[in-house]
Design a protein around this ligand. Structure first.
Ligand SMILES: NC(=O)c1ccc[n+]([C@@H]2O[C@H](COP(=O)([O-])OP(=O)(O)OC[C@H]3O[C@@H](n4cnc5c(N)ncnc54)[C@H](O)[C@@H]3O)[C@@H](O)[C@H]2O)c1
Length: 323
């Protein structure tokens, strides 16, 4: 009996030590970009006990992100997965910034989740390298852009790594960890441990265009769009076939809306130029929709039309009569 008490005390002591050491190693975590992914990443870090700096160039994006995090935590409360006190503590750990220098000056880890654009990201990493303390690990949530290329814009390529969360971040278990050519092994191990600490499952991949997740997912989404473009079937038929026939929880067109069509297009462009193969060329329909700003959920319309407060899946008028 005494033995049991001792061993459970030892176990809980070692769990406490682990928690303390992780929170001690990454005292301040800065998230760059507070859009679809940035707010989810802030949510999980704050909920796990980290002090989070959330940075965006737009104040309205930060306000929207805080409201989204609060709403998503309320959903967790309604499912008894979080208490009101835990929600308030987590929100209390988040500070917002529009100034990059202020946001990162004492960061131990930065997770960049700004718009998927090579020039934008390389510029952010050049700035981060100058503004962050020497020890800071610089992670990116990029879906496809080369970690090695991003790292080459810093003087610390050994501390640059891909930390690719999935959408919606508080729900999805996977974090794809991508090692750039120069990423240090210990940094990779630390980031994998950190992902586990956040309640996620890390999977490590090497640095090739699209890594694993999007190299396989995006050609499928693109093919679904080409099928729609060619009139093989309508939006609902394509999504239903993939949902019921392949047991996918969501059809590829709905998933594209959810990811954001601009993000899908950027990833396909990276695959197309990275591999130089025609099979990755983005569908013309996708290019047109992005140019017309029909980006999916985030703009209210893509392949489907989204109305605030409604969960109904309504096909966009653009695709009501495909035959
Ligand atoms: N959407 C997804 O399903 C998904 C999944 C995994 C990874 N990603 C990746 O995550 C990243 C973010 O994607 P998202 O879907 O959240 O995009 P998003 O368009 O929803 O949000 C991007 C945010 O970045 C901000 N931003 C732009 N330039 C900035 C700068 N210089 N500094 C700080 N903030 C800046 C914008 O104001 C915006 O709020 C991309 O690299 C994307 O490929 C997206």
């Amino acid at each position: 009996m005494i033995k049991e008490t001792e061993s459970s005390a030892t176990l809980s002591d070692s769990a406490d030590t682990k928690i303390e050491s992780m929170l001690d190693k990454f005292k301040v975590v800065t998230i760059i970009g507070s859009g679809t992914m940035g707010n989810g990443i802030c949510h999980v870090f704050a909920q796990s006990g980290f002090k989070v700096h959330m940075m965006d160039i737009k104040q309205e994006a930060l306000d929207k992100a805080l409201a989204t995090i609060g709403k998503n935590m309320d959903r967790q409360i309604s499912k008894d997965r979080l208490t009101e006190d835990q929600k308030n503590d987590a929100l209390g750990r988040i500070t917002t910034f529009t100034d990059l220098a202020e946001a990162v000056k004492n960061a131990d880890l930065v997770v960049e989740a700004a718009t998927e654009n090579v020039d934008l990201k390389t510029k952010i990493f050049e700035d981060l390298d100058k503004l962050c303390p020497e020890h800071t690990i610089l992670a990116t949530n990029t879906s496809s852009i080369s970690i090695t290329r991003i790292g080459s814009h810093t003087n610390r390529a050994d501390k640059v790594i891909g930390m690719h969360f999935m959408n919606p971040v508080p729900v999805m278990k996977l974090v794809e960890i991508i090692n750039g050519y120069a990423t240090n092994k210990e940094v990779s191990e630390d980031i994998s441990e950190l992902a586990k600490f956040l309640g996620k499952v890390p999977c490590v991949a090497n640095d090739y265009p699209g890594f694993i997740s999007n190299r396989i997912l995006m050609p499928m989404i693109n093919e679904a769009i080409i099928c729609l473009q060619e009139g093989v079937a309508g939006v609902e038929e394509i999504d239903t076939i993939m949902k019921l026939g392949m047991a996918h929880p969501m059809g590829p067109l709905q998933l594209a809306d959810f990811i954001g069509l601009d993000t899908c297009l950027s990833i396909l462009n990276v695959l197309h130029t990275g591999f130089g193969k025609q099979k990755y060329a983005p569908a013309t329909l996708l290019v047109n929709m992005v140019q017309a700003k029909y980006l999916g959920v985030k703009t209210g319309e893509g392949f489907y039309k989204y109305t605030k407060g409604s969960k109904d899946l309504v096909v966009s008028d653009q695709f009501k009569h495909t035959r």
